[in-house]
Design a protein around this ligand. Structure first.
Ligand SMILES: Nc1ncnc2c1ncn2[C@@H]1O[C@H](COP(=O)(O)OP(=O)(O)OP(=O)(O)O)[C@@H](O)[C@H]1O
Length: 399
């Protein structure tokens, strides 16, 4: 029986899947029929090829006797003794059969060659795409920007003084226009924005107005259509960490989930690291997870997506964020599965740990943690407003 995970469903989708059993059965059946139809067509074509090859093999050997029979019966070899004649017939049959076998091998070889050509073509295409991607990557991002140990952009002495950007700035956007790459739908037009330390930014707007796309541009996944986007800090604990809408988990122990994507620092980090992780698990409300896994380093054979509820997944991503403690945290609806109270606690901890937040969210309760609000209105329109009510709240680093 197929497990639900083989359909890409986590345990939390099972009830829906169970009720939709008949529909799924019909859809699977339809796909299977289409697969069988393709196989039938393929077999139909291959059948004629194999009939041709085998007929050539068998009839070819008979044909050699027919060919030699004509001169024998027409008297061309009338002066040969029966022994010489039989030797001639067998020699002729041997040569013919050898020739036919060589032809058969050539035909077999052509099938193999066409298979190899197909594979080579695919590998070639993959290589070409990878080359193009790496070329694009090199064109648009300095190698140093992707490094975790990047020196600050502001310290680059090759830049003139006018070009210098304050060290506490993470992103600088100049006249940025953004459209969906596949459809060209305009999302943001002519946006100027500087995201610097201590200025938390909340991005709001209706569904599909481009909030997540804007974060994609900040992270460098998408390019802006016009204008320039500069990321002036590095990815990682000393710079910026992105928390996506759907948390990402690797396979492995609880510690590996928390410290991801760091791996090498453990076990050098020692017991102080354990204490930090335990504290952050507690702050994120996940102390019970330790009992479920049997310890930080206990190997587990489950898929983390199957055993955690959506809310627990978001709490675990926050544990990771607390552990990495970056200067900037980009949160894409990172608390959508949690209650307002929990959201309040998690945001409070982030601010307390000194992070500058760039959040996407729909709840108005988020506004209190952000000093700037960028509202995307659709069709490229946007509004950037200062949220005065948070002044003392953020200054006190508490709510
Ligand atoms: N990978 C993609 N390929 C093509 N179009 C995309 C892709 N991702 C998003 N879009 C389109 O870009 C537009 C903006 O999507 P985006 O996810 O940024 O919206 P959003 O404001 O974050 O929405 P939501 O509030 O639902 O998360 C939508 O029309 C969407 O269909």
């Amino acid at each position: 029986m197929l497990r639900t995970t083989e359909f890409g469903c986590s345990g939390y989708i099972q009830p829906v899947f169970k009720k939709a059993g008949r529909v799924e059965h019909m859809r699977t059946d339809r796909r299977l029929q289409s697969l069988l139809q393709t196989q039938r067509e393929l077999m139909g074509k291959e059948l004629w090829l194999y009939i041709g090859i085998n007929t050539f093999d068998y009839l070819g050997s008979i044909l050699s006797y027919v060919v030699i029979a004509i001169p024998i019966f027409s008297g061309v070899y009338g002066d040969l003794t029966p022994t010489e004649l039989s030797s001639l017939v067998s020699k002729n049959a041997f040569v013919s059969i050898y020739l036919i076998s060589c032809f058969s091998q050539l035909i077999d070889l052509s099938t193999t060659v066409s298979d190899v050509a197909g594979y080579t073509h695919r590998i070639g295409e993959l290589q070409e795409t990878l080359l193009n991607l790496s070329r694009q990557w090199k064109d648009h991002y300095l190698e140093a920007k992707t490094s975790w140990d990047l020196d600050k952009w502001g310290l680059d002495s090759s830049r003139s003084e006018e070009e210098m950007v304050p060290e506490d700035t993470a992103f600088l956007l100049e006249r940025v226009t953004l459209a969906v790459p596949s459809s060209g739908k305009l999302l943001i037009k002519d946006l100027n924005l500087k995201i610097s330390q201590g200025n938390n930014l909340l991005i709001v707007g209706n569904t599909g107005t481009g909030k997540t796309s804007f974060l994609r541009v900040l992270s460098g996944l998408w390019e802006s259509t016009q204008g320039s986007v500069s990321m002036l800090t590095c990815f990682g604990p000393h710079g910026v960490v992105f928390l996506p809408q759907r948390p990402f988990f690797t396979d492995g122990t609880l510690r590996e989930q928390v410290i991801y994507p760091l791996k090498e620092i453990y076990p050098l980090s020692g017991s102080a690291d354990d204490e930090r992780i335990l504290r952050f698990l507690e702050l994120a409300g996940l102390s019970d997870l330790l009992a479920r896994t049997g310890g930080l380093d206990q190997q587990v054979d489950w898929n983390w997506y199957d055993i955690l509820s959506p809310g627990e997944m978001q709490r675990l991503s926050f544990t990771r964020l607390f552990y990495l403690q970056p200067r900037y945290a980009v949160l894409d609806e990172a608390t959508s599965a949690l209650t307002e109270e929990v959201e309040h606690e998690l945001y409070h901890t982030c601010i307390h740990l000194g992070m500058t937040l760039i959040s996407v969210g729909h709840r108005t309760s988020l506004e209190r943690f952000h000093s700037w609000i960028l509202r995307l209105c659709g069709g490229g329109r946007w509004e950037l407003t200062k949220n005065e009510s948070t002044k003392c709240l953020l200054a006190n680093k508490g709510c």
